[in-house]
Structures are given as C-alpha cells and as structure tokens.
Design a binder for this molecule. Sequence first.
Ligand SMILES: Cc1cc2nc3c(=O)[nH]c(=O)nc-3n(C[C@H](O)[C@H](O)[C@H](O)COP(=O)(O)OP(=O)(O)OC[C@H]3O[C@@H](n4cnc5c(N)ncnc54)[C@H](O)[C@@H]3O)c2cc1C
Length: 437
Amino acid sequence: MEKETRRADVVIVGGGASGLAAAIELGMKAPGLDVLVIEKMPEPGRKIRATGSGRCNISNTGAAGFSRIMEFFREIGLVTRTYENGLVYPYSESAADVTALLTERAASLGVRFACGEELMTVKYLPASLAFDGAPEGRNIFMLESVIKDRDGLRSIRTHALYVILAMGGKAGPTFGTIGDGFRIARNLGHSIVTPVPALTGIECDEWDERSEPCGITLGGTRSTGVVSLFKDPDEVFGEGTKVFEEAGEIQFTKYGLSGICIFNMTRHMRYDRRAGESLDEFLVRVDLFPDGDIAEYIRDRQKGSFADTPAGEILRTVLKEPLADYVIASADNGPDEDGRILADRPLSSLSDEEVLAIADHVHALEFHPLRIRGWNDAQVTMGGVSLDEINEATSESLLIKGLYITGELADRDYQCGGYNLSNAWLTGLAAADDIVQ
Ligand SMILES: Cc1cc2nc3c(=O)[nH]c(=O)nc-3n(C[C@H](O)[C@H](O)[C@H](O)COP(=O)(O)OP(=O)(O)OC[C@H]3O[C@@H](n4cnc5c(N)ncnc54)[C@H](O)[C@@H]3O)c2cc1C
C-alpha cells in the first residue's frame, strides 16, 4: 500500500492548550503559513474541557508572562474574570466554551486539523542534504503518523519546516496524554527528567484496615487547616526538616488525603527509588485548629459548666464529628481504671499530660504517606524534557533548529491556581512568535 504524504510549513503535534495557543498565534501573525495540527484524540482540547472542574482556571495574576497571556485572550475575544486571590477564569466559567473558542478561532484562521491521528516518529534531515541551495542550518522534518479507522491502519508521512511538540505529559491519560512526547523527544536526542505524577492525592498508612483508629472512618470529611510536609531520611522529622507548608481545605478520602494544599504538597515529594530513597522519608502533619491553642481551650472548660462534659464531645465543638472521634482515639493511651476510653472521660478528670496529648494530635496530626496517587488522578507531570536543552525565551530545542517543545512536555510544573495552563499558553505563544520572526 502506498503511503499517504503531505507537507506543511509548521506541524503542531498535540491540540491541547499549548498547541492551540501556538496554532492561533501563527494563524494571526503569519496568515500565509500552512499550519497543521496533528491530534490523536477525536477532537482538540479534551483536557482543557476538564480543567478547573469544568470552569477552566486559565491563569493567575502571579504567573510568569501573565500580561502576555491576557493580551492573547483579549485578541481572540475571551472575556475573563479575576478573583481576589489572583485566579483567572473565563467570564462564562465554562471550560467547554474556552475549548470551542480556541478550536473555532484556529480553524477560522486557516489552521488545518488532523484529529484521530497519532504521531509515531519524527526524523529530520539538514535541508542542505535534502535539496541544493537550501539555507544553511535549516532542517526538514519528516513525521510518521497513523490513523486507525474502520478500514484498518493508515500511515501518513508529513514533511515540515518547523515542528512544535505540544504533546503534554502523562497526567490524565484519558485526555490523550500517555507520555508519547517523552519517547519522541528522547528519540530526537533529548534527555528526559523522570516523569512522576503531581498535583494529586496521597494514600497513607493510617488507612490500613488494621490501623487503630483507622483513617477510613474519615472518608468524605473536609476540614480547613494547615498542612506541613517533613522530609528526613533519619525519620525524626524535627522542625528543621519541614519542606512545605500551606493552609487550605484538606479532604479526607476513602484512600487518604486530598485537596488543593495536598495537591501542591505532592510537588515536594520527589524521591529517587534507585538511590534507595522512599516515601518513608516523608511525614505529613496537619494542624486542625490553627486559629487557637486547643490545650488552652480545653483547660478553660475543665472547670465550670463543661467540667462533666465528655472530652470527645468538647472536641466536636471545634472539629467535625469523624475528625474529633479520630483525633481523640489517636491521643488515647488506653482505658482508665474505671475502663473508660479518653473520649468518654469527663473533662475535669483529664490530667494536663492528657490535655497536651490531645493538643498534639489536634495541632500536629500525623499521616505517613504510602503512595502518591497515579497518573489517572494527577493533574500535572513533574519531570519531562530537560530545560537545559530548551531555549526558555522561544521554546526552541537547543539541539535541533526548528524543533519546539512546549507546555507540560518540558520539565516544568507549578502549583494549582492557573499556573500550569499559563505555562502551556505562554510557551506555545513563544514558539509561534519565534517561528513568525
Ligand atoms: C483534570 C485536570 C484539571 C486541570 N485543571 C487545571 C486548571 O484549572 N488550571 C491549570 O492551570 N491547569 C490545570 N490542569 C493542568 C493543565 O491542564 C495542563 O498543564 C495543560 O493542559 C498542559 O498543556 P499542554 O498543551 O502541554 O498539554 P495538553 O493540554 O495535555 O495537550 C496535549 C495534547 O497532545 C495530544 N497528544 C499526545 N500524544 C500525541 C500523539 N502521539 N499524537 C498526536 N497527539 C498527541 C493529546 O491528545 C493532547 O490533546 C489540569 C489538569 C487536569 C488533568
């Protein structure tokens, strides 16, 4: 069977956030260029549609290149709203609208889309070898892709002057990102910093069914507090080993901990298994009552009208019931001489040591990470194409002229709050602007 061949001035591989930004920018700034987007999913922007829980947190006033990103969105006619905390959303708060706008805008500018087509390999040849008189230093790229349809497998070869690899990382594989870009970049000679999932939940030892008390009872509970992460190979976890701290909502799930502050924490949980490191080096402490001193709160109530109130009940005045029960059970050192557990003991009977033990558990409740949730749950990839091999200002590969590496495929990841999409838009725009020049 004869192979289908075609050519384009610029091939963008990946119709996600950075690919679409690059495509539109090229369409706007260089209308004469023939731009082709190869996207393996049936339509572009599947992941964008899922961002911000369907609301698309497109940027953040604190993100690098923020004004450039906003200029781009103004140019394409997207109205945005900015919240006090700096988070920027489309005014409609609809990720589907953003995706539709980007796709329609690109198509109306003459960008061609080849959806349902998967890139398999990229090779290149110095142009001087391809034809006489070709400009020095320019490469000709040859891309091999496949389409699977009812008639079987079709192979397509595309020749291009510029290639933008905008293939994302490995997070959220259901949106088309399974790490193909890493293989392609590696085959082109780039180094890959080992990709690991980030912005995701963690599973903890305390959820083991044999644990007493067992974290499973906390499933479905949410609480605001301060999360701290400690890293210490000696597993002492003193104050000096704190590597991360953030206030926010902690979600206790059926497997462990989740929520924005936990997601952000996972960016600091990188470890090298080959170097003998493990998650045992990490400990999470949660302050569930950061606004006060729970020991003082209890002592104040040990005399007077609360003296006979069971300790467990008092804790429920500041913590949700499952959390209060878990905390006091964790602080319990065994029944007293009358066989009563700590939760049932009247407040007045608690020794100061017992009050301090409760306070320890309220202000520094400990969780031992067992596993960082995998790619299916992760919002972003930590690792990727080494930044030492990419021109930061233009997204161009420092190894191969005319090849650009944008978005999450490169070794850049950020906290929650619109920073990761910002990186995708900005690096896509940078690649397009460089090609136009
Ligand atoms: C559930 C979820 C919610 C998120 N919410 C936010 C948020 O609100 N704000 C924020 O800033 N960030 C958010 N992120 C992160 C953000 O979506 C990504 O960082 C961003 O989309 C990365 O852009 P990208 O262009 O690099 O890659 P992607 O947007 O992932 O696009 C890559 C594209 O390449 C295609 N592709 C891959 N391999 C091939 C191949 N072999 N051939 C052809 N095409 C291929 C894929 O199908 C995909 O469409 C979220 C992520 C997830 C998973």
